[in-house]
Design a protein around this ligand. Structure first.
Ligand SMILES: [Zn+2]
Length: 198
């Protein structure tokens, strides 16, 4: 498989050496600079596990079908109820299916904020459970972010969050629910890049 690569693409493997989509040298440098991977024998080894993200996505889709948990329209994107940038995990108890419009317009807003803005009345058990104690859910998300290794991260976005949180000059802001939509990163921090999936 590696022999079929375009000459300017670099092979990429996950933590277990399983092949993912190859990437450009520019992406290699970006990943190394961000502390998301190591480069060995011409192969980029990711420090996180994008295949786990795909597995969770499949499981959530199987559980929820193609129904947006917010607006109840048709949807197919994986939605983190506690957003990744607040420490939310890619897990069955934090993820639902959402339509692209809901997913993108919510951005980093917390569930109660999004409901206040839209007037949606979600009935999905995952959202209902988190809404019952959102402050507690935020605290648990941050505890988890603090204790887990980068190898437990399932996406580039999550791994970038991990690096940012654990770096000495951390951009992390205390997890208090804001009054308006905001990113957990400073305004001058670079935006998240696309999720690195095979
Ligand atoms: Zn929707």
């Amino acid at each position: 498989m590696l022999a079929e690569l375009e000459p300017d693409l670099v092979p990429v493997v996950d933590l277990h050496g399983r092949p993912l989509s190859p990437c450009t040298m520019e992406k290699v440098e970006q990943n190394l600079r961000d502390g998301l991977a190591r480069f060995e024998s011409g192969i980029l080894h990711l420090n996180y596990r994008p295949l786990a993200y795909r597995r969770i996505y499949r499981q959530v889709r199987q559980r929820d079908g193609l129904r947006c948990a917010w607006c109840h329209g048709v949807g197919s994107t994986l939605e983190h109820v506690i957003p990744i940038c607040w420490g939310g995990q890619t897990s069955l108890d934090n993820c639902v299916i959402a339509c692209r419009a809901c997913n993108h317009s919510r951005n980093n807003a917390l569930p109660d904020q999004f409901i206040a803005w839209t007037g949606f009345r979600p009935t999905h058990p995952v959202i209902v459970k988190i809404l019952r104690d959102q402050v507690g859910a935020l605290q648990r998300a941050q505890d988890k972010l603090q204790s887990k290794p980068i190898s437990a991260c399932t996406s580039k976005e999550e791994a970038q969050m991990w690096v940012s949180y654990h770096s000495q000059d951390s951009n992390w802001v205390d997890p208090l629910p804001p009054n308006q939509p905001q990113s957990r990163f400073r305004a001058d921090a670079k935006p998240f890049l696309e999720i690195f999936l095979p």
